[in-house]
Ligand binder design. Structure first.
Ligand code: DCM
Ligand code: MG
Ligand code: MG
Length: 251
């Protein structure tokens, strides 16, 4: 195993945007049902292309992106809420004969990362609270404890940090924030703030990754700079739960 330093020793070269859909929220010890990864180079994020100027030019999704989107039989019942928002059901996974989070998938993920130019940073919205510990739990259940040389960063934490830096710069004199001015950091609220509409295909892993990239593109330079100094080694993330503590497998 290669040691991974606390933060990347040089600027991150590849940002791998990730979203997971799963059977529910903690403490239900969810299992992953869908995973989407979009690997985008720093170069693409620094040199965006723009679409039609209507009403203002919008950054296009980077044309060069490696994409991996996988359906994964969670082998555990969806909570009614998770099933309702994602449109995923245990029956559909069974009918479509989808495989579980197995070694084939582990090898695909590792191979996907190996094709990216390092340093590599996984980026997820609420990643520290959900996606990273959940991915860690699934990898640990396969006995694969480490993803070496991979960093990770949470866009909620990054956006909050950038906003508070900006506030400090603006507020030489103390100004109490106006009532009701608390910023909203949910994916759909940030998307609405920038694009004046709600993102399409919410709670679909690929739809959420595309929405996240669109949001990221609005503050790409600042976010990349923040992640260069604040990304954490993926290996330092704690699993959301230990597999042997999970209740008996669903069949
Ligand atoms: N989730 C849930 N209930 C919610 C929000 C999310 O059970 N109200 C679970 C199921 C989703 C997963 O979290 O598949 C990831 O959420 P998101 O679609 O926001 O990425
Ligand atoms: Mg998500
Ligand atoms: Mg999602």
């Amino acid at each position: 195993m290669w040691p991974t330093s606390a933060t990347p020793s040089k600027p991150i070269e590849t940002f791998v945007f990730m979203d997971l859909e799963a059977t529910g929220l903690p403490p239900s010890q969810p299992k992953i049902a869908e995973m989407c990864l979009f690997a985008v180079s720093r170069h693409s994020l620094e040199n965006p292309q723009y679409g039609n100027p209507c009403p203002k030019p919008l950054p296009l999704l980077p044309r060069l992106a490696d994409k991996l989107s996988v359906c994964i039989n969670p082998d555990k019942p969806f909570t009614p809420a998770a099933s309702s928002i994602t449109g995923l059901t245990n029956e559909a996974f069974a009918m479509n004969r989808k495989q579980t989070f197995n070694l084939h998938l582990l090898h695909m993920i590792v191979a996907f990362f190996r094709r990216q130019h390092p340093p590599i940073c996984l980026v997820a919205h609420n990643g520290y609270g959900y996606d990273f510990p959940l991915l860690k739990a699934e990898l640990s259940a396969l006995g694969h404890l480490a993803l070496d040389e991979i960093y990770c960063a949470d866009t909620i934490k990054a956006m909050k940090a950038l906003d508070s830096q900006n506030n400090q710069l603006q507020q030489f004199a103390y100004q109490p924030s106006a009532p009701g001015s608390r910023k909203k950091y949910a994916l759909r609220d940030l998307y609405f703030k920038f694009y004046r509409e709600y993102p399409p295909n919410s709670h679909n892993a690929e739809g959420d990754v595309i929405a996240l990239i669109n949001i990221f593109q609005q503050r790409a330079s600042d976010l990349m700079c923040w992640m260069d100094s604040n990304a954490m080694p993926f290996n330092s993330i704690r699993a959301m739960y230990k597999e042997n503590e999970r209740y008996a497998s669903f069949s």
